[in-house]
Design a protein around this ligand. Structure first.
Ligand code: NAP
Length: 497
């Protein structure tokens, strides 16, 4: 299966026009290290032009009734559906994830389009009794203005839809900086917006580095919200600057997610859940399982079955049929994983499988790493505390349910957790006590659906959520409106009889 891009060089999209970049940088396929295309490395002035266009266009867009704004999203959803296969192939080419997962990611975007289009007929506020006679009170959502969206490479289309669709249906204009590693999905999505008839200036894409374009967005006075997904280090710096400017900022960052396997669990099912959530997308998901907290009574059985199942994981170019695990995004990602393997060994965890880069003809010079299993890890080891972002999972034995919960909650992150058990009491205790934003029961740590809030507690975020109706809170302000029809001045809290 091969896909050839129709365009050789990507362009920025500003005020409805495709604008050439001055400087360019190459984009590579991580499965083969072959160059796919070039992408602009834009400067602050280009970003400024996009913000100016967005600011101007947003004034009219805010006045378009929301159900009409939603019509554009319906058209976007249908166009994405028509192009699902092409988008999925391109996604695998630029990001490496296997084609089946790429299809899943594109589907997530389609689902988000229809879900947020539906919000065009809701965007509910409240009416509420006023405390004074002949007075009416209500609250309503209003757009914030120009929204800055900064996205990572690991979900290059889904995350953009989680952010841009609610922003647009709510009446904002968007300036989007995609990750430099994966610009093709951005280019394709913007072409779809253009064809769907989105007025010019409402969706603008400026390609370029985080240090230049991203940083300029964060500092720009006319961008009133930053919605960021990426690493903790970058997120913290963005939040600090936004705090200084009193700019609204939504952060979705890393995870150190665990699957808990209790002594009464269906072990075969747990193995399937662990394989899918630890090695899917080669472990490069914010919700990837990188710890397995296992009751000591079933540790040996789980280890044995996991090792056996891992032998059947086929690794290679995700465009080929039957491949289950694709490449790592780039050399830096690979080097980071290798460092953590050494750290794990030095800390005394036992390496049961993998632990090495995969090279040679079978791997076409791509960036491949063998699915890796450590056992007898302690919960305070670095491999059990820090985000590795690769196909590496560490088994941590525990003696009780209470200890399992404590170990799960012992990390600085709080994105996703999972428990395998058939004890209904433990199910309810676990969903109450696991301190993550997402909890799964008898499933792995991945698999979020777009109509529920997505995000995490503690070091994973700052209290906001992507997707779900909750995403609208990021892109709207609440306005309280009081209408007094008594014909006289009535003072709240004072003229109450
Ligand atoms: P990253 O290095 O922080 O980059 C994310 C985005 O921020 C990229 O577009 C990057 O641009 C940009 N950026 C970099 N420096 C910046 C700066 N100083 N100012 C503004 N923007 C800047 O993260 P990543 O390595 O791409 O992504 C992996 C991380 O994302 C992992 O930690 C993962 O857990 C997290 N993630 C979280 C979620 C979630 O919802 N919680 C979902 C997916 C991924 P360039 O790269 O183009 O320079």
């Amino acid at each position: 299966m091969t896909t050839k891009l129709k365009t050789d060089v990507l362009k920025n999209f500003i005020n409805g026009e495709w604008v050439d970049g001055d400087a360019l940088t190459a984009v590579f396929n991580p499965a083969t290290r072959e160059k796919i295309t070039d992408v602009p490395l834009s400067d602050a002035e280009t970003l400024n032009n996009a913000v100016k266009a967005a600011k101007e266009a947003q004034k009219d867009w805010a006045l378009v009734p929301a159900p009409q704004r939603a019509e554009v999203l319906y058209r976007v959803g249908y166009l994405m559906k028509e192009r699902k296969e092409r988008l999925s192939e391109l996604l695998t080419m630029e990001n490496g994830k296997v084609i089946e997962e790429a299809r899943g990611e594109v589907q997530e975007g389609i689902d988000m389009a229809f879900y947020m289009a539906g919000e065009g007929r809701r965007l509910f506020g409240q009416t509420t009794p006023a405390e004074l006679k002949d007075k009416f009170a209500m609250s309503q959502r209003v757009p914030v203005g120009v929204v800055g969206i900064i996205t990572p490479w690991n979900f290059p289309i889904a995350i953009a839809t989680w952010k841009s669709f609610p922003a647009i249906v709510a009446g904002n204009a968007v300036v989007w900086k995609p990750a430099t590693e994966t610009p093709i999905m951005a280019y394709e999505l913007v072409k779809i917006f253009e064809e769907a008839g989105l007025p010019k200036g409402i969706m603008n894409v400026v390609f370029g580095s985080g240090g230049t374009v991203g940083d300029s967005m964060v500092h720009h006075d006319d961008i009133r919200v930053i919605s960021f997904t990426g690493s903790n280090d970058t997120g913290r710096n963005i939040a600090a600057e936004c705090g200084r400017q009193l700019k609204k900022v939504s952060l979705e960052m890393g995870g150190k997610n665990a699957v808990i396997v209790m002594e009464d669990a269906d072990i075969d099912l747990a193995v399937e859940g662990i394989l899918w959530s630890a090695f899917g997308t080669s472990g490069q998901r914010c919700t990837a399982c990188s710890r397995v907290i296992v009751h000591e009574k079933v540790k040996d059985a789980l280890e044995e079955k996991l090792l056996e199942s891992m032998k059947h994981l086929t690794i290679g170019n995700g465009l080929k049929d039957g491949i289950k695990v694709g490449p790592i995004i780039n050399q830096a990602g690979l080097d980071k994983i290798k460092r953590y393997i050494e750290i794990g060994k030095e800390e005394g965890a036992k390496l049961l499988a993998g632990g090495e880069e995969l090279t040679g003809n079978d791997y076409n010079d791509g960036y491949y790493f063998a699915p890796t299993l450590f056992t007898d890890a302690a919960s305070n080891m670095r491999i059990a505390q820090e985000e590795i972002f690769g196909p590496v999972v560490s088994l941590i034995p525990v003696q009780s349910f209470e200890e399992a919960i404590e170990v799960n909650n012992s990390v600085t992150y709080g994105l996703s957790s999972s428990i395998f058990t058939n004890d209904v009491n433990r199910v309810f205790q676990a969903q109450r006590d696991l301190d993550t934003g997402i909890v799964y029961v008898n499933a792995g740590t991945t698999g979020a659906e777009i109509h529920l809030p997505f995000g995490g507690t503690k070091g994973t975020g700052n209290g906001h959520r992507d997707s779900g109706v909750q995403a609208l809170d990021v892109f709207t302000e609440w306005k309280a409106v009081y209408v007094d029809y008594s014909g006289k001045l009535q003072r709240a809290q004072i003229d109450v009889e």
